[in-house]
Design a protein around this ligand. Structure first.
Ligand code: ACM
Length: 761
């Protein structure tokens, strides 16, 4: 036993020493501290505080922090084998109320050699201070003492809504899993858990007035999503359906489950002690097949069926539907004391409404012009009902189609409809940013780098309305996530990147520092039994920075790796370890074909990055659009095609500009130039309907009035060719001179064309 204790002591002493060995030479002291999300202000001095069973916990009952004290004492008793003494001690941890600390979630944590002082005006702030302290404590249990660095933190969140979501309908998750999820969210200072409780594939919340909803609606024979999971489980057992949620009904295997009201109330109370608000979502009027299967009369056509794209929705002109909805929401409101209730309003198959004579008659009688407005009528009625109960309503951004009241909170998820955030805030609504890319963690494309770094708003977002952004949230949709292990892998450590974005001021968000703080957190996750998946790709993520003054482009790389060795060439050849060693941003004057890779043991690792960079005549020059870009894909608006910043592999990356008509633009070089070369890069990806233009023409002019056609560029790539294809339409302009260059690309497939960049030399 003694031997074990010595090892434990040694191990936790080494915890800090190890960090110091890793960082002391090159990193500032604050980076030796692994707290995620990074505190707004952190100062580290030398020295340490020794927390052990001789440390006294000082607090006043009158401050009302008993919940937080109990929470911390329980944690400390796991670490040290007993709670801190409240009578006397060799040193102390004092927790006290200070009304000088503004904001309920703010706190101040000062660790001195003989005293720790934690102050806040509210239990929330005390709780978050304790979470920071908890992250400084080594994850192993049965410690004799805990050495904490001397430091000062004063901290507060950037956003009031810091959320995670879980879809428990498509696949079901146990109460134990939900509670551990809440514990993890709280540890990273996230304060909202949005539970997607009902959908086409299962009704997961007991409603006493309609027991059939769970007796029948919570169970299904295996569906197509289950089949996909079962197939995938041959390769990866994490895709196997969780046997906890399978039972035999009438001799057939069924998948499902639901939460009783008692269980949900218990979860709400559990989350409350951790300052996590549970937001229930009852998705309506669409995504309702689990209920409509039980009560088909709730659909206009009396059938639980699939329409062209989505399932048959509730019938918005049937009073019985409102009785049903109100009865359900009354019980939901009683279970969840949360300020917010989410009513979905996404992906509604309105064709059944268009086909319904009752809907048409109702619309005629009430002057409702189309089915989008009919959906708004439904949303408004349900909203009024909930607001009368003192609730705020949340909807997905699809609800905007027919117009919505400014009192609704809107979750922006359709990142391919780029104008949504602007519309939401201009309409007066509060906005919660949940863009599918990068905040749908269920997507295999969701990458830690993007979660931490990707721009969430377009260039046109009205800065003066930023205060309408209530916060950030990421989602886990579980169509093909049937196990807790796989959910863990999709969630962690991604949740930590979201947490830092939502809490820490943007001025201190730093990808390299975040990566350095991550390993200690992964130890904590492991100690909590989290089956996280930290994928560190060797891929280089290129960044370009146009320097108009010096007529050059700065190129830099980011990666998932800590301190990678990178070599690059600028002449298109594959780099070896004799090539240029990357030591930070380098500059390209004119053109360069950059090839770069991460090296390990002198060998280039896949994938090798290839990137064309051109400082050309059109950079920074005005572009007139004779035909507009599609508003969903503005990239950086009018400057995008000639900004020197080339789009990458995704049309969604904010660099590619999208067109559903022809591309017809005129670049004004601002003076007559001798020309030598033209190119325009396009993309094809036929799955989502992205095609190359049929052909492209270039015309030039000195006066902007009379144009001469100088190039007609074609290609031989079939519009049926699959995969991600890029085609550079290029041609020589040797011997020509012009001020204006007109580019016209024919959209012959009636799909999307994506272009970036127009290069003129
Ligand atoms: C959604 O992903 N349908 C909100």
């Amino acid at each position: 036993m003694a031997f074990h204790i010595r090892i434990f002591v040694l191990k936790h002493v080494l915890y800090f020493v190890g960090i110091c060995l890793l960082f002391s030479c090159s990193q500032p002291a604050t980076e030796q501290i692994s707290i995620i999300p990074a505190p707004a202000h952190l100062n580290v001095s030398g020295g340490e505080f020794v927390l052990d069973s001789k440390t006294q916990l000082i607090f006043s009952e009158a401050d009302g922090f008993q919940n937080e004290i109990d929470f911390f004492q329980l944690y400390i008793s796991e670490k040290l084998g007993k709670e801190l003494s409240i009578i006397d001690g060799r040193n102390s941890l004092e927790i006290l109320k200070s009304n000088e600390i503004e904001g309920e979630e703010s706190y101040s944590l000062i660790i001195q050699e003989h005293k720790i002082t934690l102050k806040a005006s509210h239990g929330k702030g005390i709780f978050y201070g304790l979470m920071s302290l908890k992250q400084l404590i080594p994850p192993s249990n049965s410690l004799e003492e805990i050495r904490l660095p001397v430091l000062e933190i004063s901290d507060q969140p950037t956003y009031e809504w810091r959320g995670m979501h879980l879809d428990v309908s498509r696949h079901f998750f146990s109460m134990d899993y939900l509670k551990r999820y809440v514990d993890l969210l709280a540890l990273y200072k996230l304060n909202k858990l949005h539970l997607h409780l009902t959908d086409d594939q299962g009704w997961r919340i007991e409603i006493k007035k309609y027991p059939q909803l769970t007796e029948q609606g919570a169970w299904r024979t295996f569906n197509d999503q289950d089949s996909i999971c079962i197939d995938k489980s041959i390769e990866d057992p994490r895709f196997a359906l969780d046997p906890k949620h399978i039972k035999v009904i009438d001799d057939r295997l069924h998948y499902g489950g639901y939460y009783t009201q008692e269980e949900l109330k218990d979860l709400v109370a559990f989350a409350g002690t951790r300052h996590v608000e549970i937001i229930p979502e009852i998705d309506m009027p669409g995504h309702m097949m689990a209920a409509i299967s039980v009560f088909p009369e709730l659909a206009c056509n009396g059938e639980a069926a699939w329409g062209e794209v989505f399932s048959t929705p509730l019938c918005p002109v049937n009073e019985e539907v409102y009785t049903f909805v109100e009865n359900v929401l009354t019980e939901v409101s009683e279970i969840f004391p949360s300020k917010y209730i989410h009513i979905g309003a996404d992906e509604v198959e309105k064709s059944t409404w268009e086909e319904s004579s009752e809907c048409n008659e109702f619309m005629r009688e009430n002057g409702i012009e189309d089915v989008d407005l009919l959906q708004s009528y439904f949303v408004e009625r349900v909203t009024t009902f909930l607001q009368d109960k003192g609730k705020e309503v949340v909807v997905w951004d699809d609800a905007l189609a027919g117009g919505i009241d400014a009192s609704l909170n809107v979750m922006y998820w359709r990142n391919w409809v780029a104008e949504v955030p602007d519309k939401v805030v201009k309409n007066g609504n509060d906005l919660i940013l949940t863009p599918g890319d990068p905040f749908y963690f269920s997507s295999p494309n969701s990458k830690l780098f993007d979660i931490y770094n990707k721009k969430l708003l377009g260039a046109k977002f009205p800065e003066e309305l930023s205060y309408k952004i209530k916060g950030l949230q990421a989602c886990l949709w579980t169509e093909t996530i049937p196990s807790e292990e796989l959910a863990d892998a999709m969630l962690f450590p991604n949740v930590l990147a979201l947490a830092e974005r939502a809490w820490s001021p943007s001025s201190i968000q730093d990808w390299d520092a975040f990566k350095r703080r991550l390993p200690s957190q992964l130890d904590i996750l492991e100690s909590m039994g989290v089956k996280y998946e930290y994928k560190q790709s060797n891929a280089l993520i290129p960044f370009m920075n146009v320097d108009l003054e010096n007529k050059r482009i700065g190129v830099s790389f980011e990666t998932d790796l800590n301190d990678p060795i990178i070599y690059y060439t600028t002449d298109g050849t594959i780099p070896t370890s004799a090539a240029n060693l990357y030591q930070g941003e380098f500059f390209v004057n004119g053109s360069a074909s950059i090839v770069a890779a991460v090296f390990e043991d002198g060998e280039a690792k896949e994938p090798i990055l290839k990137k064309q960079v051109d400082y050309h005549l059109a950079i920074g020059k005005p572009v007139v659009y004779n035909k507009a870009w599609n508003p969903s894909y503005p990239a950086g608006d009018a400057g995008s095609l000639t900004n020197g910043l080339r789009g990458g592999d995704s049309y969604n990356d904010g660099f590619w500009q999208g067109f559903t008509n022809d591309l017809d633009v005129i670049v004004d070089l601002e003076e007559v130039n001798d020309l030598s070369y033209f190119s325009a890069n396009f993309m094809q990806l036929i799955g989502p309907g992205v095609f190359l233009p049929g052909s492209l023409e270039v015309s030039i002019s000195e006066d902007g009035k009379t144009f001469e056609k100088v190039l007609t560029l074609n290609h031989t790539i079939s519009s049926e060719e699959e995969g991600l294809i890029f085609h550079n339409f290029e041609g020589s302009l040797e011997g020509k001179s012009a001020r204006f260059v007109q580019v016209n690309a024919k959209n012959t497939q009636s799909g999307f064309m994506f272009v970036d960049e127009l290069v003129i030399k």
